[in-house]
Design a protein around this ligand. Structure first.
Ligand code: CTP
Ligand code: CA
Length: 221
């Protein structure tokens, strides 16, 4: 009897994934958000489930089907995402793929803001909680904590800095200077304590499968 057959290397593990954008309301019809289709995060959740893990997927607003075998919680704002992540703990691995909005609007309007009359609406922005950094500092930090960093320039330098600043074990640095956003493919670099691994451009499903293999390998050590 083997409870860890080679094709289900994450059997018995809990993998937490965040995916998609968050939306921060300005008024009932408008919001602030980062661009994110959610495809990469959903692909990672799917690959982890296929590898035998119990998978919790905390998803911002996206139009994607829940992958088979994945438990999904839908949220809208960064603060809701932070709460859902905390409720999903403990986890053996957390993969924070979400493009979390950096700010929310403190003075959000209860009614639709009208253009006519009073000039531009003053938006008071307040920084959102950093979910990844919060996990990195918490006593409940998952043994393997993985962040993503979408960058248009100085990709590696920023990712190395984010890894240290946020207390992540790995950062998957994502070069978004091309047409990655919403696209099928991704070019990533895996930044760990041991250095940087450059992966060739490949489709997001393949990135997910390779990353899950790398996770299973790290957990088995
Ligand atoms: N992240 C998070 N909570 C936030 C912001 C970011 O959990 N409020 C996570 C993302 O899910 C990602 C990582 O942190 O895994 C890096 O996100 P990124 O936006 O690149 O980092 P920031 O610190 O917000 O830096 P930047 O100024 O480049 O946006
Ligand atoms: Ca950000």
């Amino acid at each position: 009897f083997d409870s860890h057959p080679p094709h289900r290397p994450l059997y018995g593990r809990h993998v937490l994934v965040t995916a998609g954008p968050t939306h921060e309301p300005i008024d009932p019809v408008r919001y602030i958000a980062n661009r994110s289709s959610g495809k990469q995060g959903f692909a990672i959740a799917e690959a982890a489930a296929a590898a035998g893990a119990r998978v919790t997927l905390v998803a911002g607003p996206v139009v994607l089907q829940t992958p088979p075998g994945v438990e999904r919680f839908d949220v809208e704002t960064a603060r809701e995402m932070a709460e859902a992540v905390n409720e999903a703990l403990p986890a053996d691995v957390a993969v924070m793929v979400a493009a979390v909005a950096d700010w929310h609007v403190e003075n959000r309007a209860g009614q639709k803001i009208k253009k006519n009359g009073h000039g531009l609406p003053p938006l008071e922005l307040v920084e959102n909680p950093d979910i990844l950094a919060g996990l990195g500092q918490s006593p409940g930090k998952p043994p393997l904590l993985i962040g993503f960093a979408a960058e248009t320039d100085n990709v590696i330098d920023y990712a190395v800095d984010k890894r240290q600043r946020k207390g992540a074990d790995w950062i998957v640095a994502n070069d978004v200077s091309g047409d990655v956003m919403g696209g099928r493919e991704n070019t990533v670099h895996i930044v760990t304590a041991d250095g940087v691994e450059d992966w060739e451009r490949m489709d997001k499903e393949r990135v997910a499968v390779k990353l899950v293999e790398r996770i299973a390998d790290a957990l088995s050590r």
